[in-house]
Structures are given as structure tokens and as C-alpha cells.
Design a protein around this ligand. Sequence first.
Ligand code: PLP
Length: 384
Amino acid sequence: MHAIRPEIESFGQNGIARTALARLHDDTVMPLWFGEGDEVTPDFICNAAKASLDQGHTFYTHTRGRTTLRAAIKCYLDRLYDADVHPDRISVPGSAMLGVNICAQMAASKGDHVIIVSPVWPNIEAVFRVIGAEIEHLRQRPTPGGWQITADEIIASVRKETRAIFLNSPCNPTGWVMPRAEQLRLLEFCRERDLLIIADEVYHRCVFDAPVAPSFVEIASDEDPVIVVNGFSKAWAMTGWRIGWVVAPKRLATAWGSLSECFNTGANVFAQAGATAALEEGEAFVHAQQSKFSKGRAIVSAAFKEHPRLEYIEPQGAFYAFPEVRGLTDSARFAETLRDQMHVGVAPGYTFGPGNESHFRICFARRHDELERGLEGILRFLEG
Ligand SMILES: Cc1ncc(COP(=O)(O)O)c(C=O)c1O
């Protein structure tokens, strides 16, 4: 069969889909497997989108996003980071995921070497596999103080044919947060080498000891080779809206708009009105979410920290726990059996890149009583 490229022919389901899709609409399963909370998007955001529809906003719009939303993103970033982001650097893809795709298309061709800091959400690797890039996973190290990888470890793996470094901080699934000093060191190297950093910061507000995680937006200048990908899904409970934003080098504005036309001709127009409201009026909601995630983490830590079968590192950010089960050799079977016997849905470790076969991931962005019920099922399963 030659009609389809081999990269596509060989595509299978990722481990999260493989475990979850079979029981997607089964209410008896506690769904800790996906990367989203259980809250409906707040009314003030929904109402802004409804008003936009009522005003007749149903036409094509700017391929890099409506000017009102781009202005709101600039205000938000300037306020959050005490920055002055040039408006030409901001674009609005129809999801952070689409943003990662456009970055990948900009950076890499078939055979190019791409470094991915892992463990990593499986869809990211898929983006580069579609291109046919050569992917090298650089795995963070679990240490008692948290997951760690230094800029120098990343730099040591850069080759002549490396075209991009992807990193996600705060990290799904480990909760790793890249410290400012490491960001500076990596940026300095990539600036000199003109090597693209794709910094996925969709969990920027999901941190526990600060209002926001360190961002490349704070340190990259207008033409540095950095694209920061972000979105509305996580902090504003908008996973179904499919809208994100990026901060890219200024000179890429036109290219971004043109590539955006190849994908979805710009984000959904009335979702953009909701996103504008999220940025302008959403701080109280974000703070409430932060307390909820913080309590969720405390509940998980109490259950996992001293467990004799688990190696558990408390996450510094995002809203996942990624424990290792001592002696586990088949994470897919673990997740499927847990699902079928205890009715708790977790994501199997293997899907987050090499070296994770003895891990599983849960999302703790849920109502605390439900989270506790899910954890009880996991603990009983580990005892059995
Ligand atoms: C690391 C990471 N990047 C990107 C995304 C995608 O976000 P969006 O819903 O905006 O496409 C996710 C979603 O889970 C994620 O975990």
C-alpha cells in the first residue's frame, strides 16, 4: 500500500485513547485519565460567546485572531509578566495543539532531529512523527526534590541536524517546572545557534506556590528563536472550545497567518469572544481553580507519598500525579485491569515516552470527594 505515507499507516491509538475510549460514556468509571477538570466553563465566558453569536459573528475572521482578543492577550501577558510583548508576536490558533502543529511545521522536515523533553503528553510526539522527524526523548530524572533536567543536559544532545527543542513546563505528566536559570541558559545557547525552542506553557497558571510559572515570554526578545504556546483549556476550563495563543518571533507574523490558513483559517470566531472575557474577567476563577488543584494535590500526596508499592514525587505544577509502581512491567495492562476491576480510569505510563512503563498518570483537577473515591479504588487495587 503506497497511497498513504508509512508514518501515517503505522499510526496507532495512544495509550490514553486505548484505555479510555472503550469506556468513554460509562458513568461507572471514575475518569482520572484525561487532562481536564470536571467544571463547566464559567458563565461569564459562555455569555460572551453567546453575545458574539447574537451580534452575528459567524464569518471568517483574521487568520491570526481578532484584534480585540490579541489586544487582550497582550494586556494579560504584560500584566502577568510585567512585560511589553510586541503585538505582532501574538497569534491565536484554534487550540494549543494546533499551535504546536504549526510550530512543528515551521521548524522541522522529514529526517530532521527534534529533541523532546519527556515524559511527554503523547500527542506532542505524534505531531513530529507525522512530519517524519527523528525524535529524541530526553527524560527528566526523578529525584527526591522533584523531576529534574538541566539546560546543559539538553544542550549536550543537540546535533548539527537538530531543528527544534520541545519542552513543556509545567509538565504533563510529571509536574516539572523549568527554573528561570535553566531557561536563561537554554535560551542563550539557542539564540547563538539559532535553534527553535517550542515552549509549551499551557499549564502556566497551574502552579502551587506562585501565581504563575516562569515563562520564556519574560526572557525572550522580539526575534529570539522561541515560540511560546499557550491556551485557554486548562486555567479557564475551556478544553472543548479549541482555542489557544502563541508568542512567536516578530518576523514570523506573516508566516504564522499563512500557515494558519492551511489548517483552520484561524480560530472559531465566537470562541474568541469567550477567550477575551476569560482574560479580562477571569482572574478570580483562575485563583479558585488554583486552590482546587492545590487541595487536589494534597489529597493525592497523602494517599501516595508513603505507599510501599509506589515511588511518588510530588508535582511542582500542572494537575497530574505520575507515580511509579514498584515491579510493574506492563502499564497498559495495569490501567485496563484497574479500569475493569475498580472502575477507575488512569493513563498508562508507556504512552508518555520511553522509560515510563512502570508509571501511571492521574489527573487531580476534580471534585475532591470524587478524587478520593478514585484514589480509594487505586489503593485497593495496589493491595490486591
Ligand atoms: C502539554 C500539553 N500541551 C498541549 C495541550 C493541548 O491543549 P489544547 O486543549 O489547548 O489544545 C495539552 C492538553 O492536554 C497538554 O497537556
